[in-house]
Design a protein around this ligand. Structure first.
Ligand code: NI
Length: 249
C-alpha cells in the first residue's frame, strides 16, 4: 500500500492492523557519467514499491534529498546539511507517530546518509529521555544492500569493480525499473579510483567523473531485476521482524 495513493481513511484502516510504516530514504546526487541523479532514492523506492505488491506494508513518500554535500561539485546534486536533515527526519517521524505509527522503518539508499539518520534517531530518543517519558515509537535504519541475500548476490554478479559509489548494482536496479533512461559511456579508467570523502571540490578533484571504485558498465537490467526481487523479499521479512518487536513492560 502506497501512502501517497491512499486516503486518510485508508491509512486509518491500515493502522487498525499495523503500526509500522516504511519510508524509502536516499539522496539526489551525481552518480558518475551514466548513473541517474536519483539513483540513491530510486533504489529504495523501487524495492519498497515492489515489496508492497506482495506484502501488506505501508510505504510512505520517498524522502529523496539527503546528505550529499560532497557531491555538490557536480550539477544536479541537491543536498541538505546534516543539521537540516536531522530536523526534517524528526518532523517526518513526529508526524507519523502522531497518527499512531509506533515503528518507523527507513529503507536507505545512500551510505552518506547513515551517520545523520542515526543522529536524527538519537535526537528523537533524547527528547523523551530528557523528559523522562517513553518515546512511543521506534525507528530503524536499513540500507537496501544489507537486506538478506542482497550483498551476496551483488558480489556474485560483480566480483570486481563493484566499488562504493555509482556501483553497478545500484545502477542495475534503476536500469530494471527505468529501461528508457539507460545511459552509456566509455569509462576511463575502467575501474574508478578510491579514497577519502571530504568537501565537494576535493571530491571532484579525486573522482573526476564522479565514480568511486566502480565499473558501472557491468550493470544490466536483468541483474537489477534479480537484486530487486531478492531485496523485496528481504524487506518484507525485515519489516515483519521489526513489527513483531515488543517493548519491555
Ligand atoms: Ni549511490
Amino acid at each position: 500500500m502506497l501512502l501517497h495513493l491512499s486516503t486518510w481513511s485508508e491509512v486509518e484502516g491500515f493502522l487498525a492492523r499495523s503500526k509500522t510504516v516504511v519510508v524509502p530514504i536516499g539522496s539526489n546526487e551525481q552518480h558518475g557519467p551514466t548513473g541517474l541523479l536519483g539513483t540513491d532514492w530510486l533504489c529504495p523506492e523501487i524495492i519498497a514499491h515492489e515489496a508492497q505488491k506482495s506484502g501488506d506494508i505501508l510505504v510512505a513518500p520517498t524522502f529523496n534529498i539527503g546528505m550529499a554535500q560532497h557531491h555538490l561539485g557536480f550539477p544536479g546534486t541537491i543536498s541538505l546539511r546534516p543539521s537540516t536533515f536531522i530536523a526534517a527526519i524528526g518532523d517526518w517521524c513526529r508526524s507519523l507517530s502522531a497518527h499512531g505509527f509506533e515503528k518507523i522503518y527507513f529503507l536507505n539508499g545512500h551510505g552518506g546518509n547513515v551517520a545523520t539518520i542515526e543522529a536524527a534517531f538519537s535526537e528523537l530518543y533524547a527528547e523523551a529521555s530528557f523528559a523522562g517519558k517513553p518515546r512511543g515509537f521506534a525507528c530503524k535504519l536499513k540500507n537496501w544492500w544489507e537486506l538478506k541475500g542482497v550483498l551476496a548476490l551483488a558480489n556474485s554478479q560483480f566480483p570486481t569493480g563493484h566499488g562504493s559509489h555509482a556501483t553497478p548494482s545500484e545502477i542495475a536496479v534503476t536500469q530494471w525499473a527505468y529501461p528508457d533512461a539507460i545511459k552509456t559511456a566509455d569509462y576511463a579508467p575502467k575501474i574508478a579510483p578510491t579514497g577519502p570523502i571530504r568537501e565537494a571540490m576535493d571530491f571532484r578533484a579525486r573522482y573526476p567523473d564522479g565514480r568511486m571504485g566502480s565499473d558501472p558498465a557491468q550493470a544490466t537490467p536483468e541483474k537489477g531485476g534479480e537484486l530487486v526481487r531478492m531485496a523485496a523479499i528481504g524487506l518484507l521479512e525485515d519489516v515483519a521482524a521489526f513489527s513483531a518487536e515488543t517493548a519491555p513492560a
